[in-house]
Design a protein around this ligand. Structure first.
Ligand code: GLA
Length: 433
């Protein structure tokens, strides 16, 4: 097929698919197996950690019993390595019979009974990235129907073992097939990763029409280097990526690794803060059965979560990079509020950073800042007030900033004035949060 024919076909498909089923008006939140549990299928020697139905039931129990669900963490997502190597006699994907003896529909019921949602993984191509059966163009419909019949709520559609033309056809076709099942399913597309993540190879407006979220860049690993590399790539390319995001269409810098082995407490706060700024999915990949309190407090920080879940859904941006390796990130929020993150990429000692809101391009006005991780407030700020922050190495200070309208109830432009007491955010934070 020539490039023109492909483009025409694609235009035709995209006219008929709009993944507008009202899902994911804010970024998805939940838990996914991959980064922490990978493709561990050794249930004999590692029964606690292998990919099998008990792992997902355990995580569902933890989400419900340990306060995650009420904060919004609702998806339990199976990643690669759940399948049997063979399709069934009707050509349908089926789970490994030893590791998922109850089947996926039963697991979905378990998860739904607890008020949670089930996600599953498939791959556009001949094989998944770990070599399990893939979804080729001719099995897209049957796979979408199988997932719907099981009660799946979310599909992560990876792209190993396919070429760019198959991806160009397959991702829109899967969107259409999911829609055609009549079951609302969130659709996460890994397509951009496989074509370099950037325009012109990636058409972000088409992606936004057919997928609810998409992986843009390489897989996260359990290290600060990996988190930094991802943030750097997203920020360097923010002019292309940031406008692509909005309610129902999100960039996905990959899972939260907080609570694992690779991040210090400061680095964990930094990941949480930057994922909130980036309007990123808050999908943890950790062991919720063994999580220390510092990780729990960070992941359950209500203000960080509220910033991430802001209803305007505008992705934030890196505002500046100082020569001394301090960076400032910003995200506009509803109620004329905003969030600021001051990140130190230094590796020496806590750094003092002197600035003012005017230097960060804030308009004249009166502001109040709430420090998201310490719970302290800074009142009486106006745009020109000089202030000094102490930022730990590979750490952040994160502020929620409200406009304080002391001369009336409205902003200069007539919008409602916002004082911290009017912000719909639970305060104060738990100690240590
Ligand atoms: C790819 C994806 C990962 C994970 C693995 C599974 O690498 O990007 O998120 O799903 O495949 O094999």
């Amino acid at each position: 097929m020539g490039p023109l024919a492909v483009t025409q076909l694609l235009a035709l498909i995209s006219l008929t698919v709009a993944m507008d089923n009202g899902l994911l008006k804010t970024p998805p939140m939940g838990w996914m197996a991959w980064e922490r549990f990978r493709c561990d299928i050794d249930c004999k020697d590692d029964p606690e950690n292998c990919i099998r139905e008990d792992l997902f039931r355990d995580m569902a129990d933890r989400l419900v019993e340990d306060g995650w669900k009420e904060l919004g963490y609702e998806y339990v997502i199976i990643d690669d390595c759940w399948m049997s190597m063979l399709r069934d006699e009707h050509g349908r994907l089926q789970p490994d019979p030893f590791r998922f003896p109850g089947g996926i529909a039963k697991l979905a019921r378990y998860i739904h009974d607890r008020g949670l949602k089930l996600g599953i993984y498939a791959d556009m191509g001949t094989h998944t990235c770990m070599g399990f059966p893939g979804t080729t163009l001719d099995t897209i419909n049957i796979d979408a129907q199988t997932f719907a019949s099981w009660g799946v709520d979310y599909l992560k559609f990876d792209g190993c073992s396919s070429n760019p033309i198959e991806q160009m056809l397959g991702y829109p076709l899967m969107s259409k097939a999911l829609n055609a099942t009549g079951r609302p399913m969130a659709y996460s597309c890994s397509w951009p990763v496989y074509v370099g993540g950037l325009p012109p190879k990636v058409n972000y407006s088409l992606l936004g029409d057919i997928c609810h979220l998409w992986r843009n860049y390489v897989d996260i690993q359990d290290s600060w280097d990996s988190v930094q590399g991802i943030v750097e790539w997203f920020s360097n390319n923010q002019d292309d990526l940031q406008p692509a995001a909005g309610p129902g269409r999100w960039n996905d810098p990959d899972m939260l690794i907080i609570g694992n082995f690779g991040l210090s407490v400061d680095q964990a706060r930094a990941q949480m803060a930057l994922w909130a700024i980036m309007a990123a999915p808050l999908i943890m990949s950790n062991d919720l059965r063994n999580l220390d309190n510092s990780a729990r407090f960070i992941l359950q920080n209500k203000v960080a979560v509220a910033i991430n879940q802001d209803s305007m859904g505008i992705q934030g941006r890196r505002l500046l990079q100082e020569k001394n390796h301090i960076e400032v990130y910003w995200r506009p929020l509803s109620h004329s509020a905003s969030a600021l993150v001051f990140l130190s990429r230094r590796t020496d000692m806590p750094s003092l950073y002197h600035t003012s809101l005017a230097k960060l391009k804030y308009d004249t006005g009166n502001y109040e800042a709430y420090d998201v991780f310490t719970g302290s407030t800074v009142t009486g700020l106006n745009a020109t007030t000089q202030f000094t922050l102490s930022i730990n190495p590979s750490g952040v200070v994160m502020w929620y900033l409200g406009i304080y309208a002391d001369m009336g109830t409205h902003t200069c432009m007539g919008f409602p004035g916002t004082t911290l007491d009017k912000i719909d955010m639970p305060r104060p934070l738990p100690a240590g949060g």
